[in-house]
Design a protein around this ligand. Structure first.
Ligand SMILES: [Zn+2]
Length: 87
């Protein structure tokens, strides 16, 4: 008997076996990045200890605050900022 349903994330097994394929999806500050797995779209971020942790809504909030502070600091220091994305 066949089940006609498509598996929503067929590559999840790949991650389980070989590890996630993280790439930087967003640069928050010079030390904090957000990472997304190319396979299962799981997201990580750098925490205050410099370790990687799951990108929870809480961390997303912290990162947006950090990003704001970082942008402002850069603006004040006079280095060029390309802010194409809406603030
Ligand atoms: Zn993955």
């Amino acid at each position: 008997m066949k089940i006609h349903k498509k598996a929503p994330r067929p590559r999840k097994l790949y991650c389980h076996l070989f590890g996630h394929q993280y790439h930087v999806s967003k640069k928050v500050t010079s030390h904090v990045n957000e990472y997304t797995c190319a396979c299962c779209k799981k997201q990580l971020t750098t925490n205050s200890d410099g370790d990687l942790t799951e990108l929870t809504p809480k961390f997303r909030e912290i990162n947006s605050i950090l990003e704001n502070m970082y942008m402002r600091k850069r603006e004040r220091s006079g280095s060029p900022v390309f802010s194409a994305s809406g603030y």
